[in-house]
Ligand binder design. Structure first.
Ligand code: SF4
Length: 218
């Protein structure tokens, strides 16, 4: 029998509570002190581990301590500083473009509204939600590859498009939990529900997951 919306919500609530119990200290893994620093770190984290980003940002932010310093920076020098994170030309272009756009259009302050954030170079809904949720305390669902894969395995969405998944989850998860839900699922993808071979045998939500023991590749 088809699961109703209410039943799905209830199941996802239990999944959320179990994961929260399993990973009690989980929070944004990127190091930052200000919304601008989080924006820089989030841009650098594309296709790169948070650990590596955290190794790169201290020296980068020492050399370019604020948005104006980035706006005035020579692209080649920034490219060199972020090279190890991969896709360094694109990332540099986005960071320098974001610094200029925020200085010009938002008086040098990272805006705290989705509709403004997504007009900034390099900032899509995923990055905007990371900034809103972690720098401003405004709930946001950030959909990365773990979120796509695991929410599909949990059968709480049938979509592959991150924006459609975000909107599905907004209907199912309490708004106050959007940011934490994203952290928990992403962490679950890193330590348990691996892409190639999910560890269903030890999974905290195995009895609530329709894909348990079916998702592992041979
Ligand atoms: S039961 Fe398996 S497929 Fe489902 S969430 Fe857990 S590890 Fe992933």
């Amino acid at each position: 029998m088809k699961e109703t919306l209410a039943e799905k919500k209830k199941r996802l609530r239990v999944i959320f509570l179990r994961l929260r119990k399993a990973y009690p200290d989980i929070r944004c893994a990127l190091h930052f002190r200000t919304p601008w620093e989080l924006l820089v770190a989030t841009v650098l984290s594309a296709q790169c581990t948070d650990k590596l980003v955290n190794r790169v940002t201290p020296a980068l932010l020492k050399k370019y301590p604020n948005m104006s310093a980035f706006a005035a920076a020579a692209p080649e020098a920034v490219e060199k500083a972020v090279r190890s994170t991969g896709f360094y030309r694109n990332k540099t272009r986005n960071i320098l473009g974001a610094a200029k756009a925020i200085l010009e259009r938002f008086g040098g302050k990272v805006p705290a509204r989705m509709e403004d954030l997504i007009t900034i170079p390099g900032v899509g809904r995923k990055t905007a939600n990371v900034i809103l949720g972690n720098a401003f305390g405004i709930p946001g669902i950030s959909v990365d590859t773990h979120m796509i894969r695991i929410n599909r395995l949990l059968k709480v969405t049938r979509h592959t498009d991150p924006v459609k998944i975000e909107f599905d989850l907004m209907r199912l998860v309490s708004e106050k939990d959007w940011t934490l839900y994203s952290h928990l699922i992403i962490h679950h993808g890193r330590v348990r529900c691996f892409a190639r071979r999910p560890d269903c045998w030890h999974c905290e939500v195995q009895d609530l997951c329709p894909s348990a023991y079916k998702a592992a590749l041979p």
